[in-house]
Write a protein that binds this ligand. Structure first.
Ligand code: TLP
Length: 346
């Protein structure tokens, strides 16, 4: 099977597995796991923040951020297509007792005027805007990059209004590598940042949230409340450190593969690419075929390729480290075959 469903399917490398076996560990709830402490210090420095905290997943990191920044009854501004809004089971409402205020951005970027319009003014009837959440790269906008200039424009607005900002940077390294900029330029302007170790970077488990010391102290408490105090978590932190020190540059290969797929798809009758391919995500538009995205995905599966639907006529493909050039070419052949099957039906 060729698995293009997500970069979350990547398996740990041999050196990650060795590092897990050899990790020096302690009880991280007592803050005594040296491997975790080292990873947290390293990541804080990397992201330009005072402190950092290892958490179980991207979802837990985002939720801890909302819990840490907001009060009950707050409103959280987020981009309409954000992961936080679509894929976290309404956890912000279930756990933090806040409501989402969605704003449709331009590939994840919300211009100053729209952002300002969404911020609540003092009114007895209205919720207070407790947090602004952004996402880079932007998953549902097809791995779209938010540039340092766009980042500054949005975070400057928030600063002017005294509202904290959180960045869902599950794939932030993809953005920094594609732009050729230091990741700090994309992370530093935010009050807090979440990055995933377990996507394109290939670690088996874990995310890290970073912010100032006071925020991370609060976050540590929220992590414990949520059952995320992980004891000998050095076995997770050790491959996480390898992810950050030796797996970042190779994300460029994933981007090259995504470009390769996108170019080939433009030559396939009935299929088109639905996004500007900035990083490792390609969205296929199936509207010209006589099938739904789900039917297309079902046929791909039968022919040996796994993909996810992303809408009634949208299929998402994600490239990652466990796919070779040969497998990418095979996947393109399969896309061609399945598209031609539904073309004939049309
Ligand atoms: N995204 C997954 C699915 O949940 C959709 C994927 O396959 O893309 N933020 C962003 C931008 C994400 O894409 C994801 C995972 C998360 C947060 C959540 O991370 P995890 O899965 O570690 O909770």
């Amino acid at each position: 099977m060729i698995d293009l469903r997500s970069d979350t399917v990547t398996k740990p490398t041999e050196s990650m597995r060795v590092a897990m076996v050899d990790a020096v560990v302690g009880d991280d709830v007592y803050e005594e796991d040296p491997t975790v402490n080292d990873l947290e210090e390293y990541t804080a420095e990397l992201l330009g923040k005072e402190a950092a905290l290892l958490v179980t997943s991207g979802t837990q990191g985002n939720q801890i951020a909302v819990l840490g920044h907001c009060n009950l009854g707050n409103e959280v501004i987020m981009e309409q297509e954000s992961h936080l809004f679509h894929y976290e089971g309404a956890a912000i409402s279930a756990f933090a007792g806040v409501q989402p205020r969605t704003v449709l951005g331009d590939r994840g970027f919300i211009a100053q005027a729209e952002l300002e319009a969404a911020i609540r003014s003092e009114d007895v009837h209205a919720p207070e805007t407790g947090l602004i959440c952004l996402e880079n790269t932007h998953n549902r906008h097809g791995g779209a990059i938010i540039t340092p200039e766009q980042t500054k424009e949005m975070t400057d607005v928030a600063k002017r209004y005294g509202i904290p900002t959180h960045l869902d940077g599950a794939r932030l390294f993809n953005a920094s590598v594609a732009l050729g900029v230091d990741i700090k330029e994309l992370s530093e302007p935010f009050t807090s940042v979440q990055i995933c170790l377990s996507k394109g970077l290939g670690a088996p488990i874990g995310s890290i949230i970073a912010g100032d010391k006071a925020f991370i102290k609060k976050a540590r408490k929220w992590r414990k409340r949520l059952g995320g105090g992980m004891r000998q978590a050095g076995v997770i932190a050790a491959p996480g450190k390898i992810a950050l020190t030796s797996m970042v540059e190779r994300l460029k290969d994933d981007h090259t593969h995504a470009q390769f797929i996108a170019k080939a798809v433009e030559e396939i009758r009935g299929l088109s690419v639905g996004n500007q391919v900035d990083t490792n995500i390609v969205l296929l538009d199936t509207t010209q075929l006589s099938c739904t995205a789900q039917e297309f995905v079902n046929h791909l599966y039968t022919a040996g390729v796994k993909a996810n639907t992303f809408g009634p006529q949208t299929v998402r493909l994600i490239t990652h480290k466990d796919l070779s050039q040969v497998e990418i070419e095979k996947a393109i052949d399969t896309l061609r075959q399945v598209a031609s099957y539904f073309e004939m039906e049309a």
